[in-house]
Design a protein. Structure first.
Length: 466
């Protein structure tokens, strides 16, 4: 018997409930909790993992709808990415903490999750379904080829009755209702049943909130939830019903034109824009290398991501090491999050693979094998002295990394003028002695005494701190 039905409406705001007569009535008959908060970041799949486990994204290890893990860009909306990539990296556990379905299984109870959001989201609601704890059933996008169910016994049982596209708004919610009433409750007999509705999220992403499309979606979802809850209570009249959301929504007041940013993308990243659509054949290795470099990896550490096993590439790279030199004519030392400095240097060097850490700089420049690199004038104007390696293929980047560091040291030595050399101790001692008067005829020379004040040291300007 279903003791608890949890309904999650993706993207539902508290103010939206006023536009949903059935949910408003349900709230008046029961308890309305007005201090509910989403997780941070308030994204769908991090919220789903936290809802299932009671742990924040920093603990579940699902900090975004997409994440970078051990050289892989993982789309958490795809069950194959979650199971074949992420789970295998975590010792056969999708989440590092037990989810509600696993706790129930330990006490002889069962959780079944049915979702019309992404199939990965449905699996995150009950990750133990892969190991036979309850079940996770989803169809997204709606249609025959997108059907997903675990464990395997559930998938085989439903193979003859897969959901089909239908006319009218939100046919997936009608399918989910029929599936729950006709199969899940009588055959799987869950103690806790979770339904995740992803339709409102789709509509509001496409059309914004508080508009005709969003209001129509709220009305349709409200009618379908009434049908679902009424039919569930026909079979299990004492079921507790909880309706919640994973996050809210707000309209954007302005946008940012990224055309200039796109112009900085080198040829190896031109297909990265397809990552949003998970296009087959997308080269995620160069994207990953950029992420790792931005997070502080050295070019040598990035090399495996640029040329993983089994991947060949004719592209070469120039490694750049830089040091910011303090002079009166140069700007203040930069920071790694200074967008103006990053944009200027990135444009001058011709690469987005740029990382600034205090007074140090590292960069990777895509190049041809015969390119002869040189320092752009903008770098010197900003106070940077740069060392370049020769063009190198990805497997040779560790050697190029060392070559660039040696070139940087030579460039600093060549740039240091004599006035930048600190005086020696003997020079300082000589400068503190009073001059010896020349002998001359006449009265005896006066006796010289050491001045009471300290003689000033010779002034010098440090060209490179530390």
């Amino acid at each position: 018997m279903v003791s608890t039905l949890l309904v999650v409406v993706d993207g539902l705001r508290a103010t939206d409930v006023r536009k949903m007569p059935f949910l408003t009535q349900l709230a008046h008959r029961g308890v309305s909790y007005r201090q509910a908060r989403s997780v941070a970041p308030s994204l769908t799949r991090p919220a789903a993992a936290s809802l299932a486990s009671g742990a924040p994204p920093g603990v579940t290890g699902i900090p975004g709808n997409r994440l970078w893990a051990d050289g892989h860009l993982i789309d958490t909306g795809r069950p194959d990415h979650l199971v074949e990539l992420l789970r295998s990296l975590r010792g056969d556990r999708l989440l590092p903490v037990p989810a509600l379905g696993e706790h129930l299984a330990d006490h002889g109870h069962k959780l079944v999750a049915v979702g019309t959001g992404s199939n990965g989201c449905t699996l995150l609601l009950n990750p133990g379904a892969v190991d036979g704890h309850g079940a996770a059933i989803g169809a997204r996008p709606f249609g025959h080829d997108a059907f997903y169910a675990r464990p395997e016994s559930v998938r085989r049982r439903l193979a003859g009755s897969l959901p089909q596209a239908a006319d009218g708004p939100f046919p997936e919610l009608d399918w989910a209702t029929d599936l729950i009433v006709d199969y899940v409750i009588p055959e799987l007999a869950p103690d806790v049943l979770v339904l995740w509705s992803g339709e409102l999220d789709d509509v509001q992403h496409a059309n914004g909130v508080d508009g005709p499309a969003g209001d129509d979606a709220l009305s349709e979802i409200d009618r379908r939830l009434r049908r679902l809850i009424d039919r569930v209570r026909e079979q299990t009249p004492h079921t507790d019903v909880i309706v919640t959301a994973d996050h809210g929504f707000s309209n954007a007041t302005h946008t940012v034109d990224v055309a200039d940013i796109e112009s900085l993308i080198p040829p190896s990243l031109t297909d990265a824009v397809q990552l949003v659509d998970n296009a087959p054949g997308t080269d995620t290795h160069s994207v990953g290398a950029l992420v790792r470099l931005m997070l502080g990896a050295t070019p040598a550490q990035v090399a495996p991501a640029l040329a993983p096993a089994g991947r060949t590439s004719g592209e070469h790279w120039i490694v750049v090491h830089g040091r910011h030199i303090l002079r009166r004519s140069t700007p203040a030392p930069p920071t790694g999050d200074d967008p103006a400095q990053l944009a200027t240097l990135g444009t001058a060097l011709g690469t987005p693979y740029l990382y600034i850490d205090g007074l140090s700089l590292r960069a990777l420049i895509p190049s041809a094998p015969d390119t002869r690199p040189s320092a752009p004038a903008q770098a010197a104007d900003l106070g940077w002295i740069l060392g370049f390696s020769a063009p190198a293929a990805a497997p040779d980047l560790p050697r190029a990394d060392r070559q660039a560091e040696r070139a940087r040291q030579r460039a600093i030595a060549a740039d240091t003028p004599p006035s930048c050399t600190p005086p020696t101790r003997s020079a300082l001692m000589r400068s503190s002695r009073p001059p010896t008067p020349k002998s001359s005829p006449g009265p005896a020379s006066p006796r010289w005494t050491r001045p009471a004040h300290r003689a000033p040291r010779s002034s010098w300007t440090p060209c490179e701190p530390g």
